[in-house]
Design a protein around this ligand. Structure first.
Ligand SMILES: Nc1ncnc2c1ncn2[C@@H]1O[C@H](COP(=O)(O)OP(=O)(O)OP(=O)(O)O)[C@@H](O)[C@H]1O
Ligand SMILES: [Mg+2]
Length: 327
């Protein structure tokens, strides 16, 4: 059974279509990332799942029940974006407040609150007022709050927002540990490099539509290009390689390095054999892969470079298409 399942999910705010038929499925134990530009609809999707915002049409299910079901909500931890915790709380008293809200017993709260704060690296400051916390410390507190009641599903809206690089790495490691413990994690992020490191599966949302979906491995597949470099002073046998039927070109940005592109059905092995049999020494052989950022930029730029969601008239859309701005 999927932990999160949406089918043709739609949401309109007035005339604005924030979600235009989103279908995704998140399996237990996955870390699933939802990517998209500002205004793509990421937070809207999360809010519908949690029953904070009402869907306009389609289906949304959480842990097998319709989104918003009260008993199910208790099994979910949530880090909202732009959370504003009451400043008069200390880290510890805020956690206690949320613990009560989620029905965690007093004994469990006593034990689990320092544990959770330790896990996110702010236990040393748990008795300070939140108003004295830095942005990253507040974010860590928000994550601790989402974990306290040991939820099956953890939904994090921009978990590393405002967190320094070291802290981001810690949060990634924390997510990996939570996954190992059997939790499912659903997160929104703009930080593509990060998502690539931590997520099993991702969906790219653009103006309310899923434009790409798959495992990180599937999306960042090999590009059929290899980078090769020979030992110092050795000439790359460009002509011979080309005669074997490969496209080969020197890489301008890396002198001495050559890029070989495979045609369909070709492998790099004959080229390697040729070099070795020719007495040349291969110093570098790298298969070029697309990063998630490459995939994202291609997908997003292909549609509308650098522009956030806008409601456009049919004439405007036609004009953009006519000049080739939208693929
Ligand atoms: N309460 C609301 N009333 C009207 N429009 C809204 C409301 N909430 C969101 N929207 C609009 O819906 C669209 C999607 O917003 P959403 O917050 O889901 O985007 P997002 O992908 O989370 O963006 P960001 O990366 O900036 O957080 C935006 O155009 C936004 O202006
Ligand atoms: Mg958002």
């Amino acid at each position: 059974m999927a932990v999160i399942e949406t089918r043709d999910l739609r949401k309109t705010y007035g005339t604005l279509e924030a979600l235009k038929g989103v279908s995704i499925s998140v399996e237990p134990g996955q870390i699933y990332g939802l990517l998209g530009q500002n205004g793509a609809g990421k937070t809207t999707l999360i809010k519908i799942l949690l029953g904070i915002v009402r869907k306009t049409a389609g289906e949304a299910e959480l842990l097998g029940a319709p989104a918003g079901t009260v008993n199910v909500r208790r099994r979910v931890g949530y880090l909202p974006e732009d959370h504003q915790f009451p400043y008069y709380h200390t880290g510890r008293s805020l956690m206690d407040f949320y613990g009560q809200l989620y029905g965690v017993s007093p004994d469990d709260r006593k034990r689990k609150i320092p544990e959770a704060l330790e896990l996110v690296g702010i236990a040393g400051r748990m008795n300070s007022k939140i108003k004295t916390y830095s942005k990253g410390m507040k974010q860590r507190l928000g994550i601790a709050q989402a974990l306290l009641h040991d939820p099956d599903l953890i939904i994090l809206d921009e978990p590393t927002d405002g967190v320094d690089p070291m802290g981001r790495k810690e949060i990634r490691e924390l997510m990996a540990r939570l996954k190992d413990k059997g939790h499912t994690i659903f997160l929104n992020s703009h930080l593509l490099g990060e998502v690539e490191l931590v997520c099993d599966r991702v969906a790219i949302l653009q103006r309310g539509e899923v434009v790409r979906e798959g495992t990180v491995a599937e999306l960042t597949k090999a590009t059929d290009k290899f980078r090769l470099r020979l030992g110092e002073g050795q000439a790359f046998p460009t002509d011979v390689v080309a005669r074997l039927g490969y496209a080969v070109a020197p890489l301008a940005e890396r002198p001495g390095t050559f890029e070989v592109t495979l045609a369909s059905g070709q492998t790099i092995d004959p080229v390697v054999r040729l070099l070795v049999e020719g007495g040349l020494s291969l110093r570098e052989l790298v298969e070029k892969k697309e990063s998630l950022e490459d995939v994202f930029m291609k997908t997003v730029e292909g549609a509308e470079p650098g522009v956030d969601q806008k409601v456009r008239t049919v004439q405007q859309v036609q004009r953009v298409r006519a000049v080739g701005g939208e693929g």
